[in-house]
Design a protein. Structure first.
Length: 220
């Protein structure tokens, strides 16, 4: 098993200079992207804020940046999210679990108060379950079976790559409809979601996970 990466000096310096803690900052008014934009610049967490179940934990002890990759140690539970809120967009995100099977998620349409867990939709990253869409914090959507279910399972056999390899999510958010592809394979589509705009987040939930190539662009 590989050892956990140490936070890069760039990330540590960023947190020290900027004075980041795990108290989230306000979400900016929702926008629709007009061109392809990097959500993560590959060097720092500019444009991001952090929420944790244990607010006295320094962000640099959980989240770091090394060679264009975000590393999240997974503990304590929480998330990093964009300061900007978005609606009607296409999101691309890549992830892997470098130290064995893990759990995480990509949060869509984070709304209301920051808490663990917020009101949002979650594109699941639990190993073997990528493509599932979870309904967090009281969010809901049409055609749940049973009506009190908390998620929509992926539609096809897993299209994830072997643990340790990079995977990709391509997610279309159009009004209250969300479509999810894992490594190019259509795995889910939900309609009538109760949330259709908000911040985008990366989940810390117990295991080391890495992210890269986070981009947002107009709908096709």
């Amino acid at each position: 098993m590989k050892s956990f990466p140490r936070p890069s000096w760039i990330a540590v310096l960023f947190f020290v200079v900027a004075g980041f803690s795990l108290s989230a900052q306000p979400v900016e008014p929702s926008i629709t992207p007009t061109s392809k934009t990097e959500l993560f610049d590959g060097k720092s967490f500019t444009g991001w804020t952090f929420v944790s179940k244990e607010t006295n934990a320094p962000a640099a002890s959980i989240w770091s940046v090394t060679n264009g990759v975000i590393a999240c140690l997974g503990k304590p539970n929480g998330y990093a999210r964009t300061l900007q809120s978005y609606h009607d967009y296409q999101l691309h995100a890549e992830w892997r679990f470098p130290a064995g099977p893990g759990n995480s998620g990509v949060f869509l349409h984070i709304s209301g108060a920051d808490k663990v867990w917020p009101t949002c939709l979650e594109a699941q990253l639990l190993s073997g379950s990528a493509g599932e869409i979870r309904l967090n914090g009281g969010s809901h959507a049409d055609h749940l079976a049973p009506p009190d279910a908390k998620s929509f399972p992926r539609r096809q056999p897993s299209s994830e790559k072997p643990v340790g390899e990079w995977n990709s999510y391509d997610i279309l958010c159009r009004s209250n409809t969300v479509t999810v592809r894992v490594n190019g394979v259509l795995q889910n589509e939900i309609t009538g979601a109760s949330v259709s705009s908000g911040a985008i987040g990366l989940q810390a939930e117990g295991k080391l996970v890495e992210f890269r190539n986070l981009t947002i662009e107009p709908l096709p």
